[in-house]
Each structure stands twice: as C-alpha cells, then as structure tokens.
Ligand binder design. Structure first.
Ligand SMILES: Cc1cc2nc3c(=O)[nH]c(=O)nc-3n(C[C@H](O)[C@H](O)[C@H](O)COP(=O)(O)OP(=O)(O)OC[C@H]3O[C@@H](n4cnc5c(N)ncnc54)[C@H](O)[C@@H]3O)c2cc1C
Length: 387
C-alpha cells in the first residue's frame, strides 16, 4: 500500500497516478478494442484477464505474502474505474474476483490463504461470490441453502441465483445456513469447481454484462471438507456483508469509468456533428448539459474517493459511506451515460457507437451488490437509529 494521503487531500500521489496509468494502458490496449465484440458474442476473455496478473490485478487488495498487490481500497477504485473506461462488464468481473480473493485473505486461515490465494492472484483460479438465491436477494439473511456438518465435512444443498462468473469460476464462496433462521445462522464456505454435486444453470440472457456469464449455482449433496469453512460457524453473514463494503466501492468505480467514456465520446461527437449549419457543440443548451454531466462525474468521483479512504482508515462509518457511494455513483453514472446516448441522437442507439453498451452495462450496477433501494434502507436506518 502506498502512503495514504492526509485527510482532506483530494489529489493522487505519484504512485497512485502510476497505478491509474497502468490500468488505463491495459484497458485501452487489451480491453477496449474487443469490448463490443465480446458483448455481441457473449465471450468471456479469460486469457486476457489472466494476462493482467502480471500487473497485480488478480489480488489488488490481497497481502503480498500470497502474491497480492496489497493496494489500498482507494487504489483499487482507481483500477476498476480505469478498466471500466474500456468495458464496465469485464471491470465488474475483476471486482467480483477480487472480492472473493479479499474475503479469503481477510477471513481465511493461513492454510486457506496459502491454498487458494497464490493461484487466484495469478488468475489461474477465478472466484465467484454466492449469496443471492431465487427467493432471497435483498433479504439475503433469509437464505435457505443448508450446510450440515457430517464427520469431517459439510454437506451443502441449495440453489444460488444470478451468480457472476458461474461456470467459468473455480472458487465459489457460498453462504449457507448451518444454524437457526436469521443472519447468525449463516456460515461461509469455499467450494471448488469440480466437487461432486456442484452444477450450474443455463447462462441467463440479459440486458447487459454480456461478456460474463450469470448462472445459477446448484448444490446437491456437495461435500466440502470441514477445513473449507471460512471463519467460524455463524459468522458467514458478517463475512458476506464486510466483503460487500469493498464490492460496493468497486462497482461504483465501474460506473464512474463507464460514464467517463460516455461523456468523452459525447463531447467529441458534439464537436463533429453539424445541425442547423453549426456543430452541435455551439448550442448552449447542449454545452450546459455537458457542464452538468462533468460536474456530476467530479462530485461522484470525489465522494467515491472519500468513501474508499474511510474504508482504508477503518472509520466506523465507512460501511455507511460505502452504501452512500454505491447509491450515488451508480445512479449518477447511469444518468450520465444515458444523457450521452441522447446527445448522440439516433446514432447513440446503434451498437457500433459504443454508447448503448455502456448504458446497458451500467444499468445493472443500480441493482447488484445490494440494490440502490437497499442502500437507502441502510443509510436511513443508520440516520434514524444509530448504534
Ligand atoms: C447481472 C447480475 C449479476 C449478479 N451477480 C451476483 C453475484 O455474483 N452474487 C450474488 O450473490 N448475487 C448476484 N446478483 C444478485 C443481486 O445482488 C440481486 O439481484 C439483488 O440483490 C436484488 O435481489 P433480487 O433480484 O432478489 O430483488 P428483490 O430483493 O426481490 O427486490 C425487488 C425490488 O424490491 C426492492 N426492495 C426489496 N426490499 C426492499 C425494501 N426493504 N425496501 C425498499 N425496496 C425494497 C428492491 O430494491 C428491488 O427494486 C446479480 C444480479 C444480476 C442481475
């Protein structure tokens, strides 16, 4: 981790600029030229993702002793933002994988860390995070997948819904019930692809995020060794929520990067496109639109950096700030991208211009990692009933 900036400082230090430049260069060279094709063909670019391991993107916030980059949350945000300028969907998968790696790093035993993380940091193994179920999304603590202790193993049965990377991923963090109803009856397990009884549903057809599969994860009498329990029984929900603090920052960063590209494309287009004898950029109504869009983007970035810094500093209100950032930045990012599409007129609706993909990709950021309504529930609860 580089020296953190003093509180109140809103600029990046030299090392953070270098991290961002590295990610931007990878995004521009390796992701951007292919993003539209991957979206069209629903192609998951595993090899390209793996090639970024040399840059340290396989274990962004993971400790160095197991091959991680040990970067701060703020530095992670810079990376996901930069990757998303090329493809919010693939940047989103980097976020999911890293969320899983960070969970094992933070809550795993030494044996678990050494067993999984070096290969995850090299992207030899990919991660998936399995909390949602067909009947419990927002109300995740009501999950019904069961894990029963049986000798030296746990036997898991249940279905996980909407799992990003399912089928392609190798390491599944599965939240399952080992005890009574409610959050304290939930435990977290590491389940390896190939374990008998672990299968996947068909690839879901969806509006965006097409370059990574979303599938059900189906567990039928899946026996996992007792050593694959993360933490102790009953702490799985706390682990799941704590992972989401960072995940929410990352997904917000993916919205920021997508919106940044959409705005850049729109500004360039307004200078080229002639209507009524003038470039569109000369119409003040459209200039004002651009001015508002870039202002929103800057506000969103500033607040996201604030929330990330709070998580780095382990401030007690960091989870609330992460929820606020997720809500605000993903809403702002979608609005900016959608307005950029409008500024392109009919061409914005055509696939080749690359704007409609950004709008489709950013739309789901308002839903996953906890919907933006659930972010408001968290924020309002804290305001009305602080603990
Ligand atoms: C493409 C994609 C990828 C995903 N990837 C993953 C993944 O990798 N791992 C994973 O575990 N999950 C994943 N999810 C699931 C995602 O986190 C859930 O879809 C989300 O949490 C919402 O749950 P739900 O779909 O069951 O909606 P519901 O919980 O049924 O909610 C329906 C609507 O009601 C609203 N609502 C619910 N409760 C309240 C309330 N108390 N107050 C106000 N409004 C409320 C919601 O905001 C929403 O608008 C993914 C989803 C998608 C679409």
């Amino acid at each position: 981790m580089s020296d953190s900036n003093p509180p109140g400082q809103f600029s990046l230090n030299a090392e953070q600029h270098a991290i961002r430049d590295l990610a931007l260069s990878f995004a521009t060279g390796q992701l951007a030229p292919h993003a539209l094709r991957w979206d069209r063909d629903k192609y998951f670019p595993r090899d390209v993702i793996r090639s970024s391991a040399a840059l340290g993107f396989g274990g962004v916030c993971v400790a160095e002793d197991v091959g991680g980059s040990a970067l701060s949350r703020l530095e992670g945000v810079l990376i996901y933002d930069s990757l998303a300028t090329a493809c919010p969907c693939i940047a989103g998968y980097f976020s999911v994988h890293n969320m899983v790696a960070s969970v094992i790093d933070r809550f795993g035993t030494e044996q678990q860390r050494k067993q999984w993380l070096p290969r995850m940091c090299r992207f030899d193994l990919l991660g998936a995070y399995c909390l949602s179920e067909p009947s419990s999304g927002s109300d995740a603590a009501a999950l019904s997948t069961r894990a029963v202790h049986d000798g030296g193993a746990y036997v898991l049965n249940g279905v996980k819904q909407f799992i990003s990377g399912a089928g392609d991923a190798d390491v599944y963090i599965v939240m399952a019930r080992t005890g009574a109803p409610g959050p304290r009856g939930i435990s977290a397990f590491i389940v390896e692809k190939g374990t008998e009884g672990l299968t996947f549903g068909p690839v879901e057809k969806k509006m965006g995020w097409n370059a990574q599969a979303t599938r059900q994860v189906i567990l039928e009498d899946v026996r996992v060794p007792a050593e694959n329990l993360l933490g102790v029984e009953g702490t799985g929900f706390r682990i799941a929520l704590s992972a989401l603090d960072g995940g929410r920052l990352n997904i917000a960063a993916c919205s920021l990067g997508g919106a940044r590209t959409a705005l850049g494309k729109a500004a360039a287009y307004l200078k080229e496109r002639i209507a009524f004898g003038h470039p569109l950029a000369e119409f003040q109504a459209l200039q004002f639109r651009l001015a508002d869009m870039i202002t929103e983007l800057e506000v969103a970035q500033t607040f996201l950096w604030r929330a990330a810094s709070a998580l780095d500093a382990k401030e007690s209100n960091a989870p609330i700030l992460c929820a606020m950032a997720k809500r605000f930045v993903t809403d702002a990012g979608f609005d900016i991208a959608n307005q950029a599409l409008q500024l392109f007129g009919g061409y914005g609706y055509l696939t080749d211009y690359g704007i409609e993909k950004i709008v489709r990709d950013l739309r789901v950021h308002q839903i996953l990692e906890g919907t933006n309504e659930i972010m408001r529930v968290i924020i309002a609860r804290n305001l009305l009933d602080p603990r």
